[in-house]
Each structure stands twice: as structure tokens, then as C-alpha cells.
Ligand binder design. Structure first.
Ligand SMILES: C[S@@+](CC[C@H](N)C(=O)[O-])C[C@H]1O[C@@H](n2cnc3c(N)ncnc32)[C@H](O)[C@@H]1O
Length: 271
């Protein structure tokens, strides 16, 4: 398959995630691995948002994390490229009467210049939304204009190496090496195809540049299974518990802080 242009890619990303938006929340709720991963992300973020603050969420999906933050007393502006995802958030705002506490906007994260004039205390992106862009500096270039000085950014991104996937080669997983070899990869979702790019902590750091300091990073599902292996805890409950405990001990250390299903990285604006 020929690589698609980024603009065409965005159309396909919108199509795929809009189709997925109808069952996204149900899939999320039914997947205990995703729930565990979200809770590790929330523990990480808790270090950086101590008081009620104004959060900008990039690639927010249906607003699962936005709702979590709103329930903690923060105000959230949720943005996403996908029409279907934004419609889901609008539905939640109306249903739960969250007007003013949760707002949303259909916006690609490489167009954050459209938010100039607004200031946020914290900018958040979860679960690989930023793997739909080739060059993260297209996003970071606008951050210092919309983030308060001293404010934090936490991004959860898929890196190029995932230990679990490599080990799954032994079980004949044909996708085990999907992150290797080429710089880009084609994702298949809801009958649509679009390109994804894997970002190392080195390339993420480079994209943030000298105005930001890397405050903390850790691996997410370094040894324990990624969300698509949801049957693993059911079939191997003891082994899964062991791997989870191992994850907790190694996730802050090389190489497991960078070789994982996702990495959680937080930066502070110091300029
Ligand atoms: C795997 S979902 C994650 C959603 C949400 N962060 C979560 O944790 O449930 C990836 C999301 O990234 C969004 N996305 C992809 N490319 C984007 C872009 N250029 N700008 C904004 N959102 C984008 C998709 O529409 C989708 O909602």
C-alpha cells in the first residue's frame, strides 16, 4: 500500500474514529487492562495538577478522561479531530449538565494556534492519539503560547519498542514486529486504513525543545499485556498478577521506561 498524504490521513482518521465512537465507551469499560492503564496514567498526572485547574485535552476521544478530571473539580476543554468523538462529548455535556465545566471543540492538535488568547494550566493527551502525526513539533510549536509559565504537559504515546509484542513473537504473533523496520505503519480500524508513527522518548524530548524540561517519564504496560490482549488475565490470572507486579518495579527504569506499549511523559514549561 502506498503511503497516504497527511491531509488524506486526517480524513481517514476521522472516518475510522467516528465509526468507533459509537461503541468506544462500552469497549473501554469492558476491558480491565485499559482500566488499569488509565489508573496508572491518573496516578502519574496527579503529581502535576494539585489544585482545581484549567485543562486542555488533545485527542480526547469520547471524553472518558475529561469526565474524570471534571469530577475531580477541574475544568476541561476537550478537543479531537473526529466528528463522532466530539458528538459523543457534546451528548455527555448535555446529559450530565456539565456546561462550563466541560467544553469541547473539533480541532486537530496541529492547529492549536486557533486557541491563542486562551491559557491552560495543564495540557493532556492520552492513549496514542499523538501517534497519528509524523512530527510532534507540529503540535509542540504552539504549546508555549497557550500554557501558563511553569505549567505541565502529560502525553501518553506509543514508542517504537514494546517488550510484550517482541516476546509474543515466540507465540507466532504476526504483528509482533509491527513497530519495526519502517518509519511509519498502517493501522486498520473499522474498515479504514491510516498511517501511524511511533515516537521514542528521545524524539518527544527533541520536539519539546529547550523551553520545556522533562519532568518524568515511565513505561505503561512494559511487561504486562497491552489492551488488545484482554483475554490474557482471564486465561493466566497468576502470571498476569506477577507481570503487573514486575511492571510496577521496573517501569521507571531503563529500558522499561521507554520499551513498553505506551510511555507516559511529562514536561514543564520553564521559559
Ligand atoms: C485511541 S483514541 C484515544 C482517545 C482518548 N484519548 C482516550 O484515552 O480514550 C485516539 C484519538 O485520537 C484522535 N486523533 C487522531 N488524530 C488527531 C488529530 N490530528 N488531532 C486531534 N485528534 C486526533 C482520534 O480521533 C481519536 O479520538
Amino acid at each position: 500500500m502506498q503511503p497516504v498524504e497527511v491531509s488524506e490521513n486526517s480524513i481517514q482518521v476521522n472516518e475510522a474514529f467516528s465509526k468507533q465512537s459509537f461503541h468506544y465507551d462500552d469497549d473501554d469499560l469492558q476491558n480491565p487492562l485499559l482500566q488499569m492503564m488509565r489508573s496508572q496514567v491518573y496516578d502519574h498526572v496527579a503529581r502535576f495538577i494539585h489544585k482545581p485547574c484549567r485543562i486542555l485535552e488533545l485527542n480526547s476521544g469520547t471524553g472518558i478522561d475529561a469526565l474524570h478530571f471534571v469530577r475531580q473539580g477541574h475544568r476541561v476543554h476537550a478537543t479531537d479531530l473526529s466528528t463522532g468523538m466530539i458528538d459523543q462529548i457534546k451528548g455527555k455535556i448535555n446529559q450530565l449538565d456539565l456546561h462550563g465545566r466541560l467544553t469541547c471543540q473539533q480541532l486537530s492538535y496541529d492547529q492549536l494556534d486557533q486557541l491563542e488568547g486562551q491559557k491552560f494550566d495543564f495540557i493532556f493527551s492520552n492513549f496514542g492519539g499523538l501517534n497519528c502525526i509524523d512530527d510532534l513539533s507540529k503540535v509542540t510549536k504552539n504549546l508555549s503560547k497557550i500554557l501558563i509559565s511553569g505549567g505541565y504537559v502529560t502525553w501518553v504515546i506509543m514508542p517504537p519498542v514494546c517488550v510484550w509484542e517482541i516476546l509474543s513473537l515466540l507465540k507466532g504473533n504476526r504483528n509482533a514486529l509491527r513497530r519495526f523496520g519502517k518509519k511509519t505503519n498502517v493501522a486498520h480500524l473499522e474498515g479504514e486504513h491510516f498511517q501511524v508513527w511511533y515516537h521514542s522518548i528521545r524524539s518527544i524530548r527533541k520536539a519539546f525543545g529547550p523551553d520545556f524540561r522533562l519532568a518524568r517519564f515511565e513505561g505503561l504496560a512494559a511487561l504486562s499485556p497491552p489492551p488488545y490482549a484482554a483475554a490474557f488475565p482471564v486465561n493466566h490470572p497468576m502470571l498476569h498478577k506477577m507481570l503487573q507486579r514486575a511492571d510496577i518495579s521496573v517501569r521507571n527504569y531503563f529500558p522499561f521506561n521507554r520499551w513498553a506499549d505506551h510511555i507516559i511523559a511529562s514536561f514543564q514549561l520553564v521559559a
